[in-house]
Write a protein of this length. Structure first.
Length: 117
């Protein structure tokens, strides 16, 4: 992934967002929690001409052979090995960190898939 250029007049791109989620999430959402990271990603996704949410959902559907599971909850379950409801919090700091790491990894994978297509 390329990191954001020093030209701050350019609009943010997906690689910039992944970098923010991985390295500077707290700067944008306050306390870095998985729930806030998901909200940040969903909000960014909604403002983009090319949205990644459906691609993430498709990857989750393929892994779990179901289209009815929302990707934020599935990624959380994968990250912390826990069957939870759709509630994304509260989590321990360790659980939040693992879930945020998996979210960033999933975003990178979707971007790689998108580039390869």
């Amino acid at each position: 992934m390329t990191r954001r250029s020093e030209n701050y007049g350019e609009p943010l791109q997906w690689p910039d967002l992944v970098d923010m989620v991985e390295h500077r999430l707290g700067m944008f959402v306050g306390r870095a929690t998985y729930e806030r990271a998901v909200s940040f990603v969903i909000g960014f996704d909604a403002a983009q001409a090319v949205q990644l949410g459906p691609r993430i959902q498709e990857r989750v559907r393929e892994r779990h052979n179901s289209g009815s599971l929302a990707w934020p909850g599935v990624l959380l379950s994968e990250a912390i090995g826990d069957e939870r409801s759709s509630d994304l919090g509260p989590l321990s700091q360790e659980q939040d960190a693992r879930a945020i790491e998996l979210l960033a990894s999933e975003l990178r994978a979707v971007l790689i898939d998108q580039t390869a297509a």
